[in-house]
Design a protein around this ligand. Structure first.
Ligand code: ADE
Length: 426
């Protein structure tokens, strides 16, 4: 139930957790210099003045710093969870208590509560939506199409959400502009690769406390997230096997030194399985059947549909909880078990804290600048999926490098001239 206190509506676990949340939000902020610079400018310029904004995101310390930035820019922001298991309850409490930012998110909330928060957020009649997975936008298009008339635009954080937006565009229902934040280079090169790489293994290790060295880790999908997970698993001494459906990505994996196998063969040899495909049932009944006793399975893709858990439940006795975020499924016929982490939800946010702040700094700089871009270009952007101009990407990268104290070279006039001519050859 939403509470109305002090002067805002919120639905969080416990407001008394605020002090710890504030400390952690400020700790993360130290690693977010680019977002901080944007926040300082937003405080002066108020580019989001009067914008009613709904942000559907993982409620983490990093998201809190994005929310502070949007607030500094003049937006009236309401935050809801983009996943029932990823909310950090102390962060939600601090946002309400220390910044007066309404939040509706509770770690472990039911699907019904999750959906009720999406609907309550839409009831505020937002003129901007920051989405992570496209649940708010999809719900609006299914249930409340009249809200589109007040919409300046939306932004989307993740690959999965952009796939959904493109499906909406193809179906002719995307009748507003939407910025595909994930498509910025300063987002997916770093957040998806280094962020998912580190935080996924962090989640697996926190959940299980099992040594990865010498284990066979099967990484399902070799997109930017899969590359990061595979690279970091190998760095910890695992034998990494990659499965793919895209021949080009498969060659990439081979040339990165990974072993590439079809899932039916990988299923027999893996100690750990980590899905990062964005697709449905990439580990299915026959794969669970083929796994070794005690194989550990988890997902780091956006939605909890990559593992066919219904099939596993049907094959197994009721799950036995072994540790937080660790459930063992013992098969009905023969005692073999499969261990599932984090209920098949994003393991990096369920059992760990999501991507570290340093990469979210660039992701959320893109979010803040996308919100500003939508306002600046209100009425002139075509309906459909957009990417931020390349100069914005370059600017974010430049600011990040400067914050890291790293200098790089510039093109000399001679180089520039060479680059713009076609006449010079052998
Ligand atoms: N997605 C992955 N990691 C995240 C984080 N730390 N905060 C918000 N969204 C995330």
């Amino acid at each position: 139930m939403a509470t109305e206190q002090p002067s805002i509506k919120y639905d969080i676990k416990d407001i008394n957790l605020a002090a710890e949340g504030k400390q952690r939000i400020e700790w993360a902020d130290r690693e977010m210099p680019v977002l901080r610079l944007i926040r300082e400018r937003f405080e002066q310029e108020k580019p989001l003045a009067g914008v009613r904004l709904v942000a559907c995101a993982h409620i983490t310390t990093e998201t809190a710093n994005l929310a502070r930035t949007l607030q500094a820019g003049g937006a009236e922001a309401l935050l809801i969870a983009s996943n029932p298991l990823s909310t950090q309850d102390d962060v939600a409490a601090s946002l309400v208590a220390d910044w007066g930012i309404p939040v509706m998110a509770i770690k472990g909330e039911s699907i019904e509560t999750y959906v009720s928060h999406v609907r309550a957020a839409l009831d505020t009649n937002p003129n901007m939506i920051i989405d992570d997975g496209s649940d708010v936008v999809a719900t609006m298009l299914k249930e409340k199409q009249d809200l589109v008339q007040n919409l300046i635009g939306t932004t989307e954080e993740t690959t999965t959400g952009i796939v959904r937006l493109k499906a909406m565009q193809k179906a002719g229902v995307l009748n507003f502009p939407s910025i595909a934040v994930n498509d910025a280079q300063t987002k997916h090169f770093f957040d998806n690769r280094y962020g998912t790489g580190q935080s996924t293994l962090d989640g697996v290790i926190r959940a299980t406390n099992i040594l990865l060295a010498g284990k066979t880790v099967v990484v399902v999908g070799y997109g930017w997230c899969g590359k990061g997970v595979a690279m970091r698993a190998r760095g910890m001494g695992a034998n990494v096997v990659v499965t793919e459906i895209d021949p080009i990505k498969a060659i990439e994996a081979v040339m990165d030194g990974m072993r590439v196998l079809p899932m039916k063969d990988a299923a027999k040899i893996g100690d750990f399985f980590i899905t990062v495909t964005g697709n449905r049932h990439v580990i299915d009944k026959e794969h669970f059947e083929a796994m070794k006793d005690g194989a550990i399975v988890c997902n780091s893709g956006h939605f909890d549909l990559e593992l066919n858990l219904d099939a596993l439940r049907e094959m197994s006795e009721p799950a036995v909880k072994r540790r937080p975020f660790v459930e063992e499924y013992i098969s009905k016929n023969g005692g073999k078990s499969v261990i599932v982490l984090g209920e098949g939800r994003l393991i990096n946010l369920a059992a760990a804290e999501g991507h570290p702040a340093s990469v979210m700094d660039m992701s959320f700089a893109n979010q803040a600048l996308s919100a500003e871009y939508l306002v600046k270009n209100k009425g002139s952007l075509e309906n459909g999926v957009h990417v931020l101009p390349a100069e914005v990407d370059q600017e974010i990268a430049g600011l990040k490098l400067r914050a890291m104290g790293i200098n790089i070279d510039e093109l000399t006039p001679e180089m520039l001239e060479y680059m713009s001519s076609w006449e010079t050859g052998t």
